[in-house]
Structures are given as structure tokens and as C-alpha cells.
Design a protein around this ligand. Structure first.
Ligand SMILES: Cc1ncc(COP(=O)(O)O)c(C=O)c1O
Length: 378
């Protein structure tokens, strides 16, 4: 009998899926979580088994605020944090509380394809804003603002998914200024902010939350483990109030108090910081492996080596349709993601997203050699 499913994506044993944006099972820190859980569960205080306080476990928020103060490089106030069950959850709630079906929102072109799915669930009208190697282009944003007023703009400012690009500080400030002037929210998905492999990226949008329009979203998915389903939102008190005073929270209490209590221990013991350090060392080596394999096997692909995050974003010659290529990939026991998935205007057909964190160097090399064979056979 086949084992019953536990994980979201089942990859056949003989296939290398270089498109999958998941951490490898080998880097999910079972011992660390076990120690923290044992510690939490062996105390006499069982209050985390009760409906939780609206904004999220106060002790977790204090531990997280201290951690972020250090990681972000500016003071983070525990009162500015609201605990979520991850960024996907935060985006869905944002749409629920701040939009109606048919409302317009702006996203980067390209953008994280599964966030686009959430926006589709809410029947939003998605307009794409152009980007370059420094992220969103403010002139393109201004041009679109002349024609429509979005409820919010969804950005992945640092080590973007899929491009790996980072929005410059000057552009961040310009986007904040435009959000104030035109009265729209900024939903900054900062999931890769703490996964830099060389220099520090610019400060996250959490640095701008004195402006009521700015919401910064964080998650433990990529810095610890996605199965925890835990993340946070950092925002102005008025925004936090809108979330904390919702019917959902009134009925069910603050989100995920049980996991929050365990996570508090992981942070207070220094485990989270150690884990991020280990991930950075590991992923830094994987980047090099992917870069070398790409140079060896796919010289026709243009790309920049990322400085953080999870992904390489490859540009192939215009006539290459990566979606068509993908249909043939299973015969070569390999997979990837076509650029068109990340486009909200039917473009980017000659782009491919590859993830360098899931496989070791040997598999990366073999996977890219298979993509090359697949390309040559077309
Ligand atoms: C840009 C981006 N946002 C959000 C997520 C999902 O975050 P979470 O697990 O916190 O819902 C991912 C996961 O791949 C991602 O790449």
C-alpha cells in the first residue's frame, strides 16, 4: 500500500522538480522543534490550550519583536505585530477585510503565482506594474495610478519570487509616498527578507509602518518550517485593529496559540537565529552549484546570480516557449515552472523559474542536464 499523503507536493522518486519552491525535508529542524515543544508541554501553564488573545500570543510577539529588531536593524514594537498562520493567510484576510469582488489591485509583473490565485479567489481585478533589476518601476506605477485607484499593491520587495530582484531604498520611499498621496495600501510580502547570502538588503517595509498604508508580512515558512503555519503582520495600530477586531478572530480567538507557544521557545533559545545561519550557509553553496550547472548545460539562458531568497529566473531566446517545453519535461524526468505562471498579462513565455534550495548539488547538476536534453530534443 502506498503511504497516505502528508506533504503538499508528491514528486515521483525518479523526477527532479527544480521548480518546487519548498525547503528540503532534511533542513526542517525536527530536534529543535521537539526540544521547544517538550519544554512548553512540560510546564504547568496550559493557557496556550485556551482561545488565544486577539493579536496573537503576547510572549511570542515580544520574542519576535526582539528578534526582528536585531534582524531588520530598527526597533520593532510587539504592539505592531499581529500573528497570522502565514503570509498566504494574511493575504487572504487582507482581501477579505479591504476589498470587494471587482476591486482593482496592483501587482508586480512578474509576481508570486500563488498570491495571484488568492486574488483570483476574491475576484479582484489585477493590474500589473512593470519591474526591472531594481524591482517595481515607480514611473509605471504612476502611469497606472493616473487611470485607476487600487485598493492595495502587492509587492515582494526583497529577493522577489520569481526574479530574485530587490526593490531599491529610493523606490521603496517613492512607493510609500505614492500610497499616501493616492490612498492605497501596500502589502509587502517580506518572506525572503532574512535570507540574504551576502550584503544586507534595504530595510523592509516594516520600517515605514508609521504610515498607515503600509503592511509588512513575514513568515516562519522559509526560515524555519512551512508546516508550522505561522507568520506575522507588522502594521500601524489602526490596521492591526481591523484584523484583531474581525469576526474570525472574535469567534476563534487569536491565530494558532499552540504553535505560537512553541515558537516562542524556539526564538528565546536562540534556535531561530541559528537555523537561519545554517540555511544561509547551505543555500549559499547551492546557488554556486546551480550557477555552475547552468553555465555548463544551459549557456543560452540569461540570468543574474541571486543574492538571497530561493530562485533563479532564466530568460531564454524569444522563440522558446517554456510552457510548451514543460509539457515534454516529464519524458526527461525533470520539472520546472514556466514564466507565464507568474504573469498577470499573458507574457513571460520565454522565462523559467528554478529553485536552488530543494535539491543538493548533485541533483541540481543532473536536473539542469535533463532540462538541457529536453530543450535540445525540441
Ligand atoms: C513570495 C511568497 N509569499 C508567500 C509564500 C507562502 O508563505 P506562507 O507559507 O507564509 O503562507 C511564498 C512561498 O513560496 C512565497 O514565495
Amino acid at each position: 500500500m502506498n503511504p497516505l499523503p502528508i506533504v503538499q507536493t508528491q514528486i515521483p522518486a525518479d523526477v527532479i522538480d527544480l521548480g518546487l519552491g519548498n525547503p528540503p525535508l532534511s533542513l526542517l529542524p525536527l530536534d529543535m522543534i521537539r526540544d521547544a515543544a517538550q519544554n512548553t508541554l512540560s510546564q504547568n501553564d496550559n493557557s496556550f490550550l485556551q482561545y488565544g488573545t486577539e493579536q496573537g500570543d503576547g510572549y511570542l510577539r515580544v520574542a519576535l519583536a526582539n528578534f526582528l529588531t536585531n534582524g531588520y536593524g530598527f526597533p520593532v514594537d510587539p504592539q505592531s505585530l499581529f500573528i497570522t498562520t502565514g503570509i498566504s493567510n494574511a493575504l487572504d484576510l487582507l482581501c477579505t477585510f479591504f476589498t470587494q469582488p471587482g476591486d482593482t489591485i496592483f501587482v508586480e509583473e512578474p509576481s508570486y503565482f500563488l498570491a495571484l490565485r488568492i486574488f483570483a479567489d476574491h475576484h479582484l481585478n489585477v493590474i500589473s506594474i512593470e519591474t526591472d533589476e531594481n524591482g517595481l518601476i515607480p514611473a509605471s506605477l504612476e502611469e497606472n495610478l493616473a487611470g485607476s485607484r487600487p485598493k492595495f499593491i502587492y509587492l515582494i520587495p526583497t529577493f522577489q519570487n520569481p526574479t530574485g530582484h530587490t526593490l531599491s531604498k529610493e523606490r521603496r520611499e517613492k512607493v510609500v509616498q505614492l500610497a499616501k498621496e493616492h490612498d492605497f495600501l501596500i502589502a509587502a510580502d517580506e518572506v525572503y527578507q532574512l535570507l540574504n547570502y551576502s550584503e544586507q538588503p534595504p530595510k523592509p517595509f516594516g520600517a515605514y509602518i508609521d504610515v498607515e498604508n503600509v503592511i509588512s508580512l513575514g513568515s516562519f515558512s522559509k526560515i524555519l518550517a512551512p508546516g508550522l503555519r505561522l507568520g506575522w503582520m507588522q502594521a500601524h495600530a489602526n490596521i492591526i485593529k481591523r484584523f484583531a477586531n474581525s469576526g474570525l478572530i472574535d469567534s476563534g480567538g487569536g491565530l494558532n496559540p499552540f504553535t505560537s507557544a512553541i515558537m516562542r521557545g524556539v526564538i528565546e533559545s536562540g534556535g531561530l537565529g541559528k537555523n537561519i545561519g545554517a540555511l544561509k550557509a547551505f543555500y549559499g553553496d547551492q546557488i554556486q552549484a546551480m550557477d555552475e550547472a547552468l553555465r555548463r548545460h544551459l549557456p543560452e539562458a540569461k540570468y543574474e546570480v541571486p543574492h538571497g531568497g530561493y530562485f533563479f529566473w532564466l530568460q531564454f531566446p524569444n522563440q522558446t516557449d517554456v510552457g510548451e517545453l514543460r509539457k515534454k519535461a516529464s519524458a526527461f524526468k525533470v520539472d520546472f515552472r514556466q514564466g507565464a505562471l507568474f504573469s498577470s498579462n499573458g507574457g513571460l513565455k520565454n522565462y523559467m523559474r528554478l529553485c536552488y534550495v530543494y535539491y543538493d548539488a548533485e541533483k541540481i547538476e543532473e536536473g539542469i542536464a535533463r532540462i538541457s536534453r529536453c530543450l535540445q530534443a525540441t
